[in-house]
Design a protein around this ligand. Structure first.
Ligand code: NDP
Length: 403
């Protein structure tokens, strides 16, 4: 039984708060705060209707550390669950340190003026959390999050070491819009337009964005083009699996998405540096995000499945030589919407955020300091995935990937 304070009221938060409310034996009191209180109230109303649970709501600017500290002290939670944007990670971590409470998030800190996707800023908080006897868990979404747990589960149960790793993120959903992103547009477009980077022989190799495309047949989706890109879990996976010879991340994009993105990029709409417009400074990508469909409005029209997983090749634990395993989850947009009122991209992130929170408040995962998912025992987390809407499957493949 525990009290949690969730920050942010977008699609991911909505799923996580619903899932917490469905598990009152773990989360006895849920508090929800964000920049726009009406969005918290809308989530609270849906939770009341679907789960019969009351969620207390507040307005807060998470970048204002004193306001966050005051809110944390008023609520008295065991854990602060940061489901706002990556820009707020450090101020929320500062507030947690000052108020003496544990912290969890789903995306690494990003400076507003540079697309970096690096853990260095948050790893630098390790000693302060350790000295305070507090725990911070980083990246408890799907990717990062479940992909790291999948990898460590394979390493615990199937492979002694991992030589090659490929993360395959397929969204086979169709939302019926010409162009929209399935999670925060600003963060999504920053990720996609950044140069690709993959881990090879002890270092990151940089290649042009969207420069490598491969066709892959995804179960329950069909054949899709996937593109190699950088994703933040490559950094923690490489750190905690030093034997890795190669690790890559792939995401599927339809031709329409690529066409729109190329035009937007060519005309400068994806820039993240400020420009002067009518005497005011604006950031083109933030303006674009404001005019694009809000991800939380896509739920009703999105049909199809996501299929996200990890293919790992390495020396088998049982001494039978080199083996390759594919471990993945398939999630239906329609089923996610039916259960929580949100599409599967929010669902596949919000459920692991709830499970990571459950791991921390029940003490199944504990420690003093700042931790990545790779450092924790994968088993209890994997068990909860099966029980809470994200069942996974693992199968052996004939050999390593040939792309
Ligand atoms: P949304 O943009 O839908 O929601 C973000 C929420 O944060 C909004 O409610 C927003 O408020 C709030 N917010 C923004 N700034 C502040 C602030 N200064 N103070 C308080 N609240 C603030 O994003 P998503 O729900 O799609 O994503 C949430 C997080 O999950 C992001 O960090 C994203 O990167 C991450 N993510 C992780 C994934 C993973 O697999 N690991 C996958 C997908 C997303 P307002 O409503 O006023 O705008």
């Amino acid at each position: 039984m525990s009290t949690v304070l969730v920050i942010g009221a977008g699609g991911v938060s909505s799923v996580c708060v619903h899932k917490m409310a469905f598990n009152p034996d773990i989360f006895s009191e849920i508090h929800l705060a964000s920049r726009t209180k009406s969005k918290c109230d809308a989530i609270a109303a849906s939770v009341k209707e679907r789960a019969g649970v009351d969620v207390a709501t507040y307005e807060v600017d998470a970048e204002e550390v004193p306001a966050m500290v005051k809110l944390i002290k008023t609520v008295g939670p065991e854990l602060v669950v940061n489901l706002a944007l990556p820009y707020q990670d450090l101020p929320i971590m500062d507030a947690c340190l000052e108020a003496g409470v544990d912290y969890l998030d789903t995306a690494n800190y990003e400076p507003k003026d540079e697309a970096k996707f690096e853990y260095k800023w948050q790893w630098a908080y390790h000693d302060r959390f350790k000295e305070a006897g507090l725990m911070a868990l980083l990246g408890s979404g799907f990717d990062p999050g479940v992909t790291s747990v999948f990898t460590m589960w394979l390493k615990k149960h199937k492979l002694k070491t991992i030589r090659q790793l490929d993360i395959l993120d397929c969204n086979g959903g169709d939302h019926g819009q010409a162009f929209a992103t399935n999670f925060n547009p600003e963060i999504n477009i920053r990720e996609v337009t950044a140069p690709a980077r993959h881990w090879e022989n002890g270092e990151f190799v940089e290649t042009p964005a969207m420069g490598k495309k491969v066709e892959f047949d995804f179960e329950s989706v069909g054949t899709k083009n996937m593109y190699m890109m950088y994703h933040e879990e490559l950094e923690s996976l490489a750190k905690f699996n030093p034997e890795l010879e190669r690790a890559r991340f792939w995401m599927t994009f339809g031709d329409e998405y690529i066409k729109h993105l190329t035009v937007l990029q060519n005309v400068g709409m994806t820039r993240i540096d400020p420009i002067k417009y009518k005497g005011q400074e604006i950031i083109p990508l933030q303006f674009l995000a404001a005019v694009l469909p809000k991800p939380e409005t896509l739920g009703e029209t999105t049909k199809g499945n996501t299929n996200i997983g990890v293919i790992a090749t390495g020396e088998a634990l049982d001494g039978s030589g080199e083996k390759t395993f594919y471990i993945n989850n398939i999630c239906s947009h329609e089923a996610a919407y039916e259960e929580t009122g949100n599409q599967a991209v929010s669902y596949t992130t919000g459920v692991p955020a709830m499970i990571g929170s459950a791991m921390m408040v029940t003490g199944k995962w504990e420690g003093d300091g700042v931790f990545n998912m790779e450092e924790m025992d994968p088993d209890p987390f994997m068990e909860m995935l099966n029980d809470h809407g994200l069942p996974w499957q693992v199968k052996e493949m004939d050999g390593p990937v040939d792309f």
